[in-house]
Design a protein around this ligand. Structure first.
Ligand code: IMP
Length: 423
């Protein structure tokens, strides 16, 4: 038995859905422990493409139990939509393959309104959020005014709590010059969807612990990436949860001494969505990838910002997460380039840095120090084993993993399962 945490080693969108799909083959239980439907994991199985937002990617394999843990924030309407969409694609979701923590917090329509307002109002630092209400919902959680999934099962209590919360939210909405929300409308919608979700709601801490006692393997499916972590990321340009490995424990109730392995997913280059500093951002890389139809967000469709591989950032990610193994995805995105740049240090105010500064204003002023490596100018998407890769591609992978400080375990050269190459 071994329990694995998968994390993103960059700014999210590292192709974790694909890596999770691969790792899930061995796992018995797949757990989401943070984030919400701001995430979008794309998995291609045969000729079908699935985009998962709240439900762990393990749902696509038969006989796996998926768990949405206490650390996730759940928009139950969006979750029900996702369950229905999967049903339309032939994946039946029920209490045999999906359980939801009764302690996970709920996302409400007023959270989304407040998120949108903050993003749109002048004079505020725009974060570039997904506008799914994630930050305001986590805000409710830590200020102890949130409602939880378990509350949906007790309609009378839920009604009272929601009434108080909507009253509070409406005060703020009026202050901001926005239209107040209708409590009854939210109540009816949430109780109706709550009834449908009730068979899936339970104390998932106990479920996971029982699975561990029975010798089952647990896989923790991280959402977003290290530099979007609310504590360790490029604050305030981050999401509102702990996206790093420790978040898997607090967001699921599994203690740290039960984690055996941390796998870090990273692209062979770097991308970021939303605002915030991005030292290796580069127009040449962005134009190339966008012209190939790549690097558009799975959830929002937004064009991702793109740049060269940043080993300063990924090395820091390896430290914070304790990454043992690396999964490098999207290698094929670099196929046409004659030469590749890799950032091995930053320059700030005449000094050389080996780790990213924690202050974003300083990070924004960092200039990357690059080394140049030869490209391979060959189609890697046709490779079906690591040995099929061109020598220059293997050297590039070895170099970026050495610089990051962890062992290469997996390479991705396309979206399909056959294009995932174990090392
Ligand atoms: P929020 O999570 O919607 O509050 O957005 C906060 C920041 O995290 C923004 O820069 C988003 O673009 C980014 N973000 C949130 N979820 C993802 C994701 O799944 N992939 C990449 N970036 C994300």
């Amino acid at each position: 038995m071994s329990n694995t945490v998968l994390v993103g080693a960059q700014w999210g969108d590292e192709g974790k859905g694909k890596v999770i799909d691969y790792l899930t083959e061995r796992a018995d239980v797949v757990v989401r422990s943070q984030g919400g439907n701001n995430a979008g994991h794309t998995v291609v199985v045969g000729d079908k493409k699935y985009i998962l937002r709240l439900i762990p990617s393990g749902i696509l394999r038969k006989g796996k139990l998926c768990v949405i843990g206490n650390g996730v924030v759940i928009d139950p309407v969006a979750l029900w939509e996702e369950i229905s969409e999967l049903g339309d694609q032939g994946i039946k979701v029920n209490s045999k393959n999906l359980l939801i923590s009764e302690s996970a917090h709920l996302v409400f329509p007023f959270h989304k309104l407040i998120d949108e307002y903050r993003e749109g109002s002048e004079g505020r630092r725009k974060i570039g959020t997904t506008k799914r209400g994630i930050g305001p919902a986590y805000g409710d959680k830590v200020t102890r005014i949130g409602l939880r999934v378990g509350d949906l099962r007790r309609p009378t209590l839920f009604e009272q709590k929601l009434k108080d919360r909507v009253k509070d939210a409406n005060w703020l909405l009026r202050e901001l010059g926005l239209k107040p929300m209708k409590f009854r409308k939210i109540l009816d919608q949430y109780l109706a969807v709550g009834e449908k979700l009730t068979p899936l709601i339970t104390n998932t801490v106990l479920t996971i612990h029982k699975a561990m006692l029975d010798g089952k393997e647990i896989l923790f499916e991280g959402a977003q990436g290290t530099f979007l972590d609310v504590d360790h990321g490029t604050y305030p340009y981050v999401t509102s949860s702990n996206t790093t490995a420790g978040g898997a424990c607090t967001g699921s109730g599994v203690p740290p001494n039960r984690i055996d392995r941390v796998v870090g997913a990273m692209k062979a280059y770097t991308t970021r969505v939303g605002e915030g500093p991005f030292p290796t951002e580069n127009a040449e890389v962005a134009n190339l990838l966008h012209s190939m139809g790549r690097e558009f967000g799975a959830v929002t469709g937004r064009e991702r910002r793109c740049g060269w591989f940043d080993a300063v950032a990924t090395r820091y990610a390896a430290i914070v997460n304790g990454i043992d193994e690396l999964a490098v995805t999207n290698l094929d995105g670099l196929d046409s380039l004659p030469r590749l740049l890799v950032c091995v240090g930053y320059k700030l105010d005449g000094k050389k840095l080996q780790t990213p500064p924690t202050c974003v204003d300083q990070l924004a002023r960092c200039k990357p120090i690059y080394i140049e490596l030869p490209g391979w100018q060959q189609d890697t998407s046709v490779a079906r084993s690591f040995d099929d890769l061109p020598e220059n591609a293997k050297d590039y992978l070895k170099r970026i993993c050495d610089l990051t400080g962890a062992k290469l375990a997996l390479v991705g050269v396309g979206q399909s399962r056959a294009q995932t190459l174990p090392v």
